[in-house]
Design a protein around this ligand. Structure first.
Ligand code: MN
Length: 292
């Protein structure tokens, strides 16, 4: 017999915040209610913003240490450069999975094209914690172009499987911990069931439309996050009258202390101070100017 569907532990609306040089995000977590959930440290939805020419903003040079940033873009273009010498553009449907590890300095900016012409920017950044043993891993990138990310037709919708396994499909990203990250779209009234291992926590973030969590029949709308503790049972939900778009994260909880300050997430306060010292001493490097 299949285990029952999970009942949400909490349903929490996102907050609005400004990031980087002042672009608007909707932030499911961290909020006053949820600091982090398992290894999931932060989720920001950038936009959707329809920028006039000259209006688009990004995040100029800043450091990270101790975790991974996962950028998934639906609309627009983000130009990325870092202290390890990488430089490139993230396009719609693509994912950049960056392991900051021991430390990196990077910039995430609108491309010249978006700046000049304006245009819609819509995307997500998820921060994934690293286990203590991997916090000082050398920085690495996974540039997951569209051809590498499986898009699966499911009953009444589709699923973009970024990491882990969902709907019998293996996602593209390599992760340090077992992590599943999926974008699920369902047409109105369609229901779906996502398997989740009983020892893993899960969240849903609804960014379009609305849904009913089954069997508890809890209604959730755009901007809500749903959190599920680790327990046996699938994640089961039904799209509302305008369909639903959501991000789903499933992962083993990381039972290690989380000490975070701004762009650094470590296990102790001393490690946070060390991160600031190392950054200020230039040990995380800097971004070389682009060659003409
Ligand atoms: Mn960043």
């Amino acid at each position: 017999m299949a285990p029952a569907a999970r009942t949400p532990t909490a349903i929490i609306p996102s907050i609005r915040a400004l990031e980087g040089a002042g672009f608007a995000v909707r932030r499911p977590f961290p909020t006053g209610a949820v600091d982090h959930y398992g290894p999931f440290l932060l989720l920001d939805e950038m936009g959707p913003a329809d920028n006039a020419p000259g209006e688009a903003k990004g995040a100029p040079d800043h450091p990270h240490r101790g975790f991974e940033t996962v950028t998934y873009l639906l609309d627009g273009e983000i130009e990325h450069a870092d202290s390890v010498g990488n430089r490139g553009v993230i396009h719609p449907g693509e994912v950049q999975w960056m392991t900051a590890g021991a430390g990196i300095v990077h910039s995430e900016l609108p491309t010249d094209k978006i700046l000049r012409n304006g245009g819609r920017v819509h995307g997500f950044q998820l921060w994934v914690n690293l286990p203590m043993s991997a916090k000082m891993h050398r920085p690495r990138y996974q540039d997951l172009t569209k051809d590498r990310i499986p898009v699966v037709d499911i009953d009444g919708g589709q699923a973009v499987v970024i990491a882990g396994e969902a709907y019998d499909t293996q996602g593209a990203a390599e992760t340090f911990l077992p992590i599943t990250y999926v974008h699920v779209s369902l047409r109105p009234g369609v229901s779906t069931e996502l398997d989740a291992p009983g020892d893993q926590v899960a969240f849903l973030y609804i960014f379009g439309g609305e849904a009913n969590i089954l069997p508890s029949q809890q209604a959730v709308v755009e901007g809500d996050s749903v959190f599920f503790d680790a327990e046996p049972g699938a994640l089961v939900f039904e799209a509302g009258p305008s369909g639903v778009d959501m991000l789903v994260g499933i992962a083993e909880p990381l039972n290690e202390p989380v000490v975070r300050y701004g762009p650094f997430v470590m296990n102790t306060k001393a490690e946070i101070y060390k991160a600031f010292d190392d950054y200020n001493a230039g040990l995380m490097g800097s971004i070389e100017p682009e060659r003409a």
